[in-house]
Design a protein around this ligand. Structure first.
Ligand code: IPE
Ligand code: IPE
Ligand code: MG
Length: 245
């Protein structure tokens, strides 16, 4: 038997998870460890984000959601929030050509409330320019909260009931799923969280009902393509039963 213990696992491209979510966490601690301001960690985090997105696309991953900013992250100091928004704005400018060349469809999920007009216009533009691409879709969860997303679906269904276009008895889990931010995104297969935390922090609550979880102590700015390989490889060794036997 060959000794494979030191070889890096390579995920099987023929049975990739349909949808992977990543909670990009640990930027602040990465910076603190180096005596740098937290925002320096966010700047490196954006670079890592781009690298991982294009690696995932090259792997042939169909859907990837990255958690960039939560509805709870508004609790942070204004200067940190401003810098994160600025970095996201810059990221769109810098990566747009690559998204177009690599045919990556970009969709933002989250609330538009509190986001600046300049950033919103840019988000709309990148979504319109890349909507035609279908091989890889990157969902960027920005000002996103899972509870808010479910609330948004509940409100949409309530509105239809009030207007007489739907009756409450006809509301099924499938219908709730179709009323989330994107009707074709109602489940995620694998959620990756670096940084040592083992919680969802309001990420994809509905979609993660049967998700597999993969945690690592590595901080997001140190996250490498090999961690993504490892996470997907580990996922492929698991037995998902969805309540069956
Ligand atoms: C994740 O890193 C980025 C955002 C939440 C925007 P953090 O900023 O949460 O980094 P830690 O968890 O404080 O190290
Ligand atoms: C989750 O990380 C949000 C993002 C990575 C964008 P947080 O750092 O905000 O989560 P908590 O506060 O540790 O739960
Ligand atoms: Mg954090």
């Amino acid at each position: 038997m060959p000794d494979n213990s030191k070889t890096k696992p390579i995920a099987d491209r023929s049975c990739l998870p349909n949808h992977v979510g990543i909670i990009m966490d640990g930027n602040g601690r990465w910076a603190k460890k180096r005596g740098l301001p937290r925002t320096a960690g966010h700047a490196v985090g954006v670079k890592v984000f781009k690298k991982i997105v294009f690696y995932a696309r090259d792997m042939g991953l169909k859907n990837l959601t990255v958690y960039a900013f939560s509805t709870e992250n508004w609790k942070r100091p204004e200067s940190e929030i401003d810098r994160i928004m600025q970095l996201l704005d810059q990221m769109i400018d810098e990566a747009l050509d690559d998204f177009m060349n690599q045919k990556v469809r970009i969709r933002f999920i989250g609330s538009r409330e509190r986001l600046g007009k300049r950033l919103l216009d840019k988000m709309d533009r990148v979504m319109a320019l890349t909507e035609q691409f279908g091989d890889t879709t990157l969902y960027i969860a920005l000002n996103y909260g899972g509870r808010q997303e479910i609330t948004h679906a509940a409100a949409a269904l309530a509105r239809k009931c009030v207007e007489g276009r739907l009756s409450p008895e006809d509301i099924t889990p499938e219908l709730v799923g179709k009323n989330l931010y994107y009707e074709d995104f109602d489940s995620v297969d694998l959620i990756i969280r670096p940084s040592g935390e083992q919680r969802l922090s309001n990420f994809l609550l509905w979609q993660s009902a049967y998700a597999e979880f993969w945690y690592s102590d590595v901080l997001w700015p140190d996250f490498k393509p090999e961690h993504l390989e490892r996470a997907i490889y580990d996922y492929q060794q698991r037995n998902r039963r969805f309540g069956g036997i």
